[in-house]
Ligand binder design. Sequence first.
Ligand code: C2E
Ligand code: MG
Ligand code: MG
Ligand code: MG
Length: 294
Amino acid sequence: QAKQAGKNRYAVFDPDNDSMTRRKLEKIEAIRQGLLQQQFVLYYQPKVNMHTGHVSGAEALIRWQHPQKGLLLPGYFIPVIEQHHLSVAIGNWVLESAFRQLDQWIEVGLPKDFVVSVNIGVVQLHDPSFKEYLVELLKRYPRVSANQLELEILETGAIDDISYVSGLILELQSYGFTCSLDDFGTGYSSLTFLKNIPARTIKIDQSFIRTLPHDPEHFMIINSILGLAKSLNRQVIAEGVENILHGELLLELGFTAAQGYAIAKPMPAEVLPDWVATWQPPQAWKSCTALSVD
Ligand code: C2E
Ligand code: MG
Ligand code: MG
Ligand code: MG
């Protein structure tokens, strides 16, 4: 009987299933408490031009400073709340924190065109008050301009409802916000999809970058994404640039924008302004000659 129930995906009395659900609910409750007790924090990972060394902005990546478990990565708690309304609360907290941080950075002299990118979850994307909340934040932080905020939307999240997401992106961009497609290449999307999604930037998923030195097919995939982006007039950024060789290969293909451990790991907000002021690309990147114009 139990075995049978285990195969039925509507079974609710399966004891394994039940304890899994209980653990999940406990975790959601812990996350709710963590949010109330201000245990969440944003780390920032710089986005740079590998050739010139210009730092254009940083991606905000959420962490949970857990009193017992230490610093927890989003993989530990974001998937659990994905379909839960708590993800809207966390998402709004992330947006507010990003605005507050930008406001502070402007005060300490970070350039007014420094862009902070925020990851937007699928539920948040469909939250009817998402757009109004962004507009409210613009009013609350008058020093921050909309073009300093970039919204990273997962390719896989956009593909489910192309007409809704493309409409939303157009609206957001009419306020001055920019939108990018995150983890591009993992969602099996078509050329038509990309043509219909008006995101300004494509972020090539790190799985393609990591295997670049020994996978000629990934080399070709990246090259065609670059061609595609150029012909559709989109910008491209590579994520997961882990070592100098990755960067060199990308530069040879004509990529300049990148993010990855070879440049910097995600860091606390306090240390970012100093990092921006002092970072220099490795010599091999500076002297890359494959690039004509940028
Ligand atoms: P993502 O948006 O694709 O972010 C890139 C992830 O790759 C980050 O992991 C980053 O720390 C990591 N990474 C960056 N460079 C390298 C590299 O060179 N090598 C390797 N191996 N990894 C690198 P993280 O911070 O653990 O975030 C994982 C995912 O969690 C993010 O993927 C994003 O989808 C999600 N996430 C992060 N913060 C938020 C948030 O505030 N809201 C939502 N909804 N999702 C978030
Ligand atoms: Mg991202
Ligand atoms: Mg990504
Ligand atoms: Mg990712």
